[in-house]
Design a protein around this ligand. Structure first.
Ligand SMILES: Cc1ncc(COP(=O)(O)O)c(C=O)c1O
Length: 409
């Protein structure tokens, strides 16, 4: 049996232990939902206080230049690029994942005229596929959905663009980006990767994998705060031809000339549309300081070790209650969260939250636990699984006031 002391020893030896000090974490809470909304980095509060008091409150409009607001999307993107295995000029921070996916789908389809379809994954995050359907309808293309993991086998010379998640939001299954991208390219199509559950959690090599385009999330493992803007990657080799549909003044080569006609900005700036939500963008930029001096190789290795421990403890203590694993066992094939299944998943998650252990529920029977490697400890996992053993063993959800099943948290 795995002992708590052994987990404490692993925390003492953890080379990333210092990073936890970079977060404000509520006392008495084990927060296993950083894959949905990341914790608050200590760097954010003073930065936003300063933005409000000095940059907005004092310097007002001058801050667009004086405080570098205007260049903040590209600056944050350049800082983030290291974590994605991209060049600084290939990433910017703007809009939401869904909006950026729409831009990328249309831009990619415009680069493959004459092809007939957009290929996507059934069971991907619903918003992605809502966007796929609408973009396809608008472009006069078919939207074809195949099961996750089958894109490489399904892509044909009819496919203009294929879009897929690197780490599946439900199961945490991780795809081989280089191999799938190569298969998509072999059919002459382009690849758009959704990195929502990858950026800041697993090691990425967008350039080395040959990725064409990608979108990622600011508010999950990158800890940018609720509604934090998303990031967009456009490979350097595609930037000259990158003709995205939301052509607005922030993507203009010279927006302050106020020309009637549109002249596309060079480089990654062409992915922008309009005035950024500056407080959120600057909070995101400040949040990235939590990764200063941290290598994604170390982050990914700790994420794998945390998930391995959680799975081993689940086998030891929860399997006898009928809890099953919905995530691949093999560490190389998963991201940094683990999904478990149980018919009482909703009640279990509620009872855990009542005990200060925060995971989330995804209908109909899945419990997701995210292990953000910067601030989760091995002992947290031990304590969480023991609490779950007690919750299931005593059917503790029966003591809770009834509510409608839905997303918990
Ligand atoms: C995989 C995935 N794609 C897309 C989204 C939607 O993101 P947004 O609300 O920024 O459009 C999410 C949100 O959680 C997600 O997990």
């Amino acid at each position: 049996m795995i002992q708590r002391d052994a987990c404490l020893a692993r925390d003492r030896d953890d080379p990333l232990a210092f990073a936890r000090e970079r977060f404000e974490l509520p006392a008495g809470v084990i927060y296993l939902d950083g894959n949905s909304l990341g914790a608050l980095p200590k760097s954010v509060r003073p930065r936003i206080d300063d933005v409000i008091a000095r940059e907005w409150g004092g310097d007002l409009i001058a801050s667009w230049n004086k405080a570098g607001w205007y260049t903040a999307p590209g600056r944050a993107g350049a800082k983030l690029a290291r974590l994605l295995g991209a060049k600084p000029g290939e990433v910017t921070v703007t809009d939401s994942i869904s909006v950026n996916l729409f831009k990328l789908l249309v831009a990619a389809a415009r680069m493959r005229p004459g092809r007939r379809e957009i290929l996507a994954e059934a069971g991907n995050f619903p918003s992605d596929n809502h966007i796929v359907e609408s973009a396809a309808r608008m472009l006069g293309l078919a939207a074809r959905f195949v099961p996750a993991g089958e894109i490489a086998a399904a892509v044909t010379e009819e496919t203009a663009v294929a879009t897929l998640s690197h780490v599946n939001y439900r199961t945490a299954a991780m795809q081989d980006m280089a191999a799938v991208t190569a298969a998509i390219h072999a059919a002459g199509a382009l690849a758009i990767w959704d990195l929502a559950h990858s950026s800041g959690a697993v090691e990425l090599d967008l350039d080395g994998s040959g990725a064409d385009f990608a979108v990622g999330c600011g508010y999950k493992y990158l800890n940018g705060g609720p509604g934090s803007p998303s990031h967009v990657f456009v490979a350097e080799r595609h930037q000259a031809a990158f003709d995205q549909p939301l052509q607005g003044w922030f993507g203009h080569a010279d927006p302050f000339r106020f020309d009637d006609g549109f002249a596309r900005a060079p480089g990654i700036r062409a992915a922008l549309c309009s005035t950024p939500p500056m407080l959120s963008l600057l909070a995101f930029e400040a949040a990235l300081e939590a990764f200063d001096g941290v290598e994604m190789r170390e982050v990914a290795a700790k994420g794998r070790a945390l998930c391995d421990l959680f799975i081993a403890l689940t086998d030891e203590r929860l399997a006898r209650f009928g809890v099953t694993l919905a995530t691949p066992r093999e560490a190389a094939r998963r991201g940094s969260h683990v999904s478990l299944r149980h018919p009482e998943a909703f009640g279990i998650v509620r009872a855990l939250i009542a005990r200060g252990i925060v995971g989330d529920f995804r209908a109909p029977d899945a419990m997701r636990f995210g292990f953000a490697p910067l601030y989760i400890r091995f002992a947290d996992i031990y304590d969480a699984v023991l609490a779950m053993e007690e919750v299931i063993g005593t059917q503790a959800w029966r003591d809770l006031a009834p509510v409608e099943a839905g997303a918990v948290t």
